[in-house]
Design a protein around this ligand. Structure first.
Ligand code: AMP
Ligand code: MG
Length: 412
């Protein structure tokens, strides 16, 4: 199998990635998610003509002369209707949100009035009809489509759906992602590693990447580098109803890199293995039957074990998969920046160099590459806030020249 370039690999992955199923969830769980169906209003908002201000509901024809005096016949407040009718020379004390009483067709604000006695008010303003009145249906009417499928449920969108009479919505389901760490040397975080052991740290980065991009992470734990053990873990994962299986480690060419061969024995169709990038060359992608009875497929992304490789390839390939499955627009963008230090010529693999970017007052992005390109160093990755993307076979660059950087939304 030939080594794919990064763009071909991503196109191949996205071609196999389908939007997740639909799910009906209460409003309290719908925030930030994507609407799977149009939302049609069940109610009209406002349901009645309402006052937009505190003041007096009057008849416009009665207040065409400055200083007219009107008799106050009652009060209308939010949630409390005035049942009577406003006649000639009369006014009803009204508060914001209250229904406009019958007979009244305009509202004079309190600041434009003088109260004489308990029931006599002088109107110091000349008003036209419909002033300070929110008409019925001024926001939306029953049967209006108030939101289209595909809309992100922002705070305002949730309030709109509630006002329109919905307490639950159809949203795109969260992709379920199983995360399997492989390696004889690995122990769980919090354990004291014995001779030759290290902590399986990558799963923790991946759980967070999955969660922060609309997915649901299922940590499948650690398995030893033994065919039978890996096989059992994969079969257990297949039965768990996951959409994506992420494996970590065991996808290189070493004697203990058994993940690909085991996946093939349980029916994985391999789409690619190895891409022309640095870090992350051994990345693998394929499709696995969900279980023996369904024809649903689980997408398999085999991430390299080195922490930097694992996290960088997750930002580049897993995030677009999650976004597409969960219904979000793809967020990947590159920004232009100015190098503060020279860069050597690149080889045939696209290089993602850990770097630190600062923005000048003028808006220029200045980026400093970290000289350490070892893909096992988490401290270097944490110091970085972006990756410089160096194209395949790029010549050496001077300090001051322009380059492209990638800044994952929630940080590296
Ligand atoms: P592998 O891809 O299995 O050859 O692993 C490459 C390197 O990454 C080795 O040094 C492993 O110890 C390390 N490694 C593998 N899996 C993990 C993991 N889940 N967390 C941290 N390091 C890992
Ligand atoms: Mg390994």
């Amino acid at each position: 199998m030939t080594v794919m370039d990064v763009d071909e690999a991503l196109a191949c992955i996205l071609a196999q990635t389908k939007r997740a199923a639909m799910q009906h969830v209460p409003l309290s769980e719908a925030g930030g998610r994507i609407l799977a169906k149009d939302v049609v209003a069940r109610l009209t908002q406002p349901p009645f003509a309402a006052s937009a201000m505190d003041g007096y509901a009057v008849r416009a024809q009665d207040v065409q002369i400055f200083g007219t005096q009107l008799q106050i016949i009652g009060e209308a407040a939010a949630g409390r209707l005035y049942e009577g009718e406003v006649g000639q020379g009369q006014a009803v004390r009204i508060f914001t949100g209250a229904p406009i009483p019958r007979g009244a067709d305009t509202v004079v604000i309190q600041e434009d009035t003088t109260l004489f006695k308990k029931n006599l008010v002088k109107i110091n303003h000349i008003l036209e009809i419909n002033k300070n009145i929110r008409p019925s249906g001024g926001d939306f009417c029953a049967n209006d489509t108030v939101l289209k499928a595909g809309h992100v449920l922002t705070p305002a969108a949730l309030a709109l759906c509630a006002a329109a009479g919905h307490d639950a919505l159809d949203v795109v389901a969260r992709p379920r992602v199983g995360i399997l760490s492989t390696g004889d040397e690995l122990v769980e975080a919090g354990c004291v590693p014995q001779a030759g052991q290290i902590v399986a740290s990558n799963a923790h980065a991946l759980v967070e990447i999955v969660r922060s991009h609309g997915g649901e992470a299922v940590n499948l734990g650690i398995v030893r580098d033994e065919e039978q053990v890996i096989k059992q873990a994969i079969e257990a994962a297949q039965a768990q109803g996951i959409d994506i299986l992420l494996t970590i480690g065991g996808v290189s060419v070493g004697a203990y890199d058994l993940v690909q061969q085991v996946l093939r024995t349980v029916g994985m169709q391999l789409d690619f293995w190895k891409i022309a990038m640095r870090p992350g060359k051994p990345l693998m992608f394929g499709r696995l039957p969900a279980d023996h009875h369904q024809n649903k497929e689980i997408l398999v992304l085999g991430l390299p074990g080195n922490p930097v490789s694992s996290i960088v390839t997750a930002h580049l390939f897993l995030v677009p998969m999650l976004e597409k499955m969960a219904g979000y627009p793809l967020s990947f963008t590159l920004h232009e920046a100015i190098l503060t230090a020279p860069l050597g010529a690149n080889g045939s693999r696209r290089h993602y160099i850990r770097a630190h970017m600062t923005q000048t007052r003028g808006g220029d992005r200045l980026v400093t590459p970290d000289p350490n390109v070892d893909s096992s160093l988490l401290s270097v990755l944490v110091r970085a806030n972006c990756l410089i993307v160096v194209p395949e076979n790029a010549p050496a660059q001077q300090a001051g020249s322009r380059c492209h950087i990638f800044m994952p939304k929630g940080g590296l």
